[in-house]
Design a protein around this ligand. Structure first.
Ligand code: ZN
Length: 256
């Protein structure tokens, strides 16, 4: 079993729910983790909410999405700020509708313009391997569809191959495609698992989203700021076997 964990963050795997596990490790299990810092750079993921988004905007002129969509978003942001009677002579506001519209299309909601089919390549499972593969600690960012507030956390995908294999970095890419929309945490996990079942046709897949902080909750204060949420979307053999689910969760929970 090889493990690598490049993440320096302090997430506590013990917060994952339903982890009363005492099973011995499955031999042949393979854990690959911690690639997110390098790989997610390829995906234009910005690590923090804050000045870095502004910096990223300043560095690029690229607008994804069509012009009509950009203009509609820009107009909506203008109306939002105007409803607060902001001072449009203040240079801090004058370009804000443009900046925000670009940020939605380039980062926060860029998943609508992407499809897993376009970004994923399958390989034949020529060795016939059906080991349990787990990729974990993939950091994701999303926006809740109830409040349009950011939420962020970590994702792990476990799968057991059948006829096809998938490049491991592609699991993070699929997670990113579904996270970067207006979303519900549990729907992201379900969509990732369902899309992998459709594309890869594995024996089973399980997507776990853990240590997820929802700003719509934490920003309201009152002890909720400590709360994180975990969800599991199991398909195929993972849905049928509690033992397999438990083993995958044990590997996701394991520290390097
Ligand atoms: Zn919310």
């Amino acid at each position: 079993m090889t493990m690598a964990n490049g993440r320096n963050g302090a997430h506590d795997p013990e917060r994952i729910e339903n982890l009363s596990l005492s099973l011995p490790p499955v031999t042949g299990g393979r854990v690959v983790s911690g690639f997110e810092l390098a790989r997610l750079e390829d995906l234009d993921v910005i690590e923090d909410y804050g000045p870095s988004y502004v910096d990223a905007f300043e560095q690029t002129e690229v607008i994804t999405g069509d012009v009509e969509q950009f203009n509609r978003i820009r107009k909506a942001i203008f109306e939002l700020l105007d409803a607060f009677n902001v001072n449009w002579d203040d240079p801090n506001y004058t370009e804000t509708p443009d900046r925000v519209a670009k940020a939605y299309l380039q980062f926060w909601a860029n998943g609508y313009a992407r499809s897993a089919e376009d970004e994923v390549t399958l390989f034949p499972n020529s060795s016939g391997s059906n080991d349990l593969v787990v990729v974990k600690d993939m950091q994701f960012y999303s926006l809740c569809s109830h409040h349009l507030a950011p939420f962020k956390g970590y994702g792990a995908v476990a799968y057991i191959a059948d006829q096809h294999l998938l490049g491991l970095s592609k699991l993070g890419r699929i997670l990113d495609i579904y996270a970067r929309r207006f979303q519900l945490q549990e729907r992201i996990g379900a969509q990732v698992s369902d899309k992998l079942m459709e594309l890869l046709r594995p024996r089973g897949v399980m997507t776990v989203l853990y240590d997820v902080e929802h700003l719509c909750m934490s920003s309201r204060g009152v002890k909720l700021h400590e709360a994180t949420t975990s969800t599991v979307a199991a398909r195929g053999v993972f849905r049928e076997s509690a033992e397999l689910r438990a083993e995958a969760l044990r590997l996701i929970q394991a520290k390097p």
